[in-house]
Design a protein around this ligand. Structure first.
Ligand SMILES: [Zn+2]
Length: 174
């Protein structure tokens, strides 16, 4: 089937060009000149979990540029979540990132060159026993999604920080 072979060609090309920015002309020709090459790339992202980056993910990419940094597809995550559940969660969250408040399709408040793209994220991470149940899902933008693992939900108060500083050694206090 032509559809599958063009997707396979694109997948292989991305995997052979990790870390190199590619433009739409290149991908069009790699796909064998298939007019739906962009849809095939989207399928590699959404259905197979390859983190193919675009200008919506990284401000140093121009529209029409694509970049794959990680050869490993993302572990089953949003991919296992049905379209219906995704729609339900996005609708419940008002198409708004539940961490920073960015709205789908609008310029991102932290980086106006990026259009806000929403993902479905787990409130309790799967590695911590969270499930794919809609109650454990929320809309989260790609900016927050990238930094999500580095954020703790509860930030220490200034009082707590002062206590920690007072407990430290004199030289470290400085
Ligand atoms: Zn966000």
């Amino acid at each position: 089937m032509a559809k599958q072979s063009s997707k396979a060609k694109l997948r292989q090309h991305f995997l052979e060009n990790i870390g190199r920015v590619m433009n739409s002309e290149e991908l069009f020709s790699v796909s064998g000149g298939v007019s739906e090459w962009a849809r095939r790339v989207r399928e590699l992202r959404l259905e197979e979990g390859y983190k193919i980056l675009t200008h919506n993910d990284r401000s140093d990419l121009k529209p029409g540029e694509y970049l794959l940094l990680d050869p490993k597809p993302q572990p089953a995550f949003a991919r296992n979540i049905s379209k219906e559940t995704r729609a339900l969660v996005l609708d419940r969250n008002g198409y708004t990132c539940q961490m920073c408040g960015a709205v789908a399709g609008e310029p991102h408040p932290y980086d106006s060159t990026r259009k806000t793209r929403l993902h479905i994220g787990h409130i309790i991470d799967k590695s911590l026993g969270g499930t794919d149940d809609p109650a454990n899902l929320r809309a989260i933008c790609s900016v927050c999604n990238e930094g999500a693992s580095n954020l703790t939900l509860v930030r220490p108060s200034s009082q707590k920080l002062l206590v920690q500083i007072r407990r430290a050694k004199g030289e470290d206090q400085l």
